[in-house]
Design a protein. Sequence first.
Length: 241
Amino acid sequence: MTKAVLTGHSRGLGAALAAALLARGIATLGLARRDNAALAARYPQLLREVVLDLSDSAALRSWLDGGELHTWLAGAARVLLINNAGVVGPVGALDVQSPAQLARAVALNVSAPLMLAAAFAASNTAERRIVHISSGAARQPIAGWSFYCASKAALDQHARTVAADATPGVRICSLAPGVIDTDMQAAVRASDPARFPQHARFVAMHAEGALLAPAAVAERLLDYLLGDAFGAQAVADLRDL
């Protein structure tokens, strides 16, 4: 039996991933600030939801200390952790970024995935697969996105190092899925061009229909995550696989 833990399952790529997991009969524990009422109604026996603000590290630590994660994973032969939740901002040059906003954004994009991965790896399940949802921004500097680039690069390096640890039963990949037509991309297009010099590029991608459909990306991502090749590369781009 396979079970999954998925962050940010209430919208965007996370909602598409949740729908794809559930359609494959994989029991899924969703962690997000909001529930996904439509999926909960459709899959009442397979979807377990925890409403949790992952940018609040103390709240996440309290939830992990409560043991619900290990209870959920118990009895599964293979378990999946998909660290999907994240934010783009704060956007802009360093001197206009709010330290308070940065603290919460780092907690969501970096601290939460690392905390969940550590707790997940400590379970006694035979096969544990971890995927961080990364970005091409992790591998090239983009003006106005110093936080986003750095946070995704942190996930890439985490995956590389965990892979080097070679913990028995643990496979990991930090995976860039491509540019997807989600609310996050809408927020990028709505951002201030003065703070984000590549604003016009992302507006043009949307206008030209170049953004990927979340459902199609979710299916391809799960095919890779569940396949024999998963973990052979610690850092990868879904478009190249």
